[in-house]
Design a protein around this ligand. Structure first.
Ligand code: B1M
Length: 212
């Protein structure tokens, strides 16, 4: 693996935002593809942060600092990942479900989808089922995308499906879900349309749903 990708992960793990930005820029200048910088530099660093958090070696403040460093690095990649998508193939309202404040994965899904030419309306975090449905109606969206990182907030995704049914838009809008604890079986159990386990496949799946 390229030395700079390793350095990105190490700097991220230590929450060194400026260094992360510097190394991501260096990786871009070295011609490393943005997708590779993400998957072999930033994400492994964030994974290690997750393990330390789980094992009580670090706590919320350190994780937040690392999350900010991750977002700063990902921001640099955003225009490069989006380059491919010039024209809109369809619209999605995307958000992290009610009660859940994790947004790094959702932000990556957004970037990847924009890279595929999908128009993304980002509703942010802590989004209620009603707000997802309202957003879909307001923006005349083809898709709703829900992210959840907590086992306690996953059930809200089922409420989104029900809210879409209650509002009479379920036959018009496909619902995609994802996030670390989410599974294909869970997706089927709540009657959502698609589950993917990472941001790149979420973008591919959304593109498929919009174009076939
Ligand atoms: Co939290 N947290 N956190 N946290 N946090 C987890 C999720 C946890 C697994 C850590 C652990 O214990 N090991 C654990 C959840 C346990 C569980 O429910 N089973 C946990 C907990 C417990 C908590 C708190 C309750 C802690 C506390 O306060 N005691 C609290 C909850 C706050 C809340 O949301 N109400 C909390 C808070 C936080 C921070 C605020 C400190 C921070 C979030 C900062 C932010 O997002 N801006 C944070 C972080 C950073 C994490 C970890 C360390 C990293 C999450 C992350 O960003 N991963 C996480 C541990 C871990 O996951 N290893 C953890 C990187 C990101 C790129 O991955 O989000 O999975 P991910 O997204 C992937 C895929 O899942 C997928 O694509 C992405 C990229 O490929 N994907 C989709 C995501 N959404 C998708 C949608 C799609 C398709 C694919 O379609 C629409």
């Amino acid at each position: 693996m390229s030395e700079v990708l390793k350095q990105i992960g190490e700097a991220l793990e230590k929450g060194k935002r400026k260094l992360v930005v510097q190394y991501v820029q260096q990786a871009i200048d070295e011609g490393i593809p943005p997708q590779q910088i993400l998957t072999e530099g930033l994400l492994p660093g964030m994974d290690r942060v997750g393990v330390k958090f789980r094992d009580n070696e670090i706590f919320v403040p350190e994780v937040l600092v690392a999350a900010r460093a991750m977002n700063a690095g990902a921001e640099l990649l955003k225009p490069l990942l989006a380059e491919a998508g010039a024209t809109s193939v369809g619209k999605i309202v995307l958000g992290t479900v009610k009660g859940d404040l994790h947004d790094i994965g959702k932000n990556l899904v957004k970037m990847m989808m924009e890279g595929k030419g999908i128009e993304v309306f980002d509703l942010g975090v802590d989004v209620s089922p009603e707000a997802f449905v309202q957003g879909a109606i307001e923006h005349d969206a083809d898709l709703i995308g829900c992210s959840a990182l907590l086992t306690t907030t996953m059930p809200v995704m089922g409420e989104v499906v029900k809210a879409a049914e209650a509002a009479g838009i379920r036959d018009k809008v496909k619902i995609m879900i994802g996030g670390a604890p989410v599974t294909k079986e869970f997706c089927e159990s709540i009657g959502a349309d698609a589950y993917t386990d990472d941001a790149a496949s979420a973008a591919i799946k959304a593109y498929e749903l919009l174009t076939t």
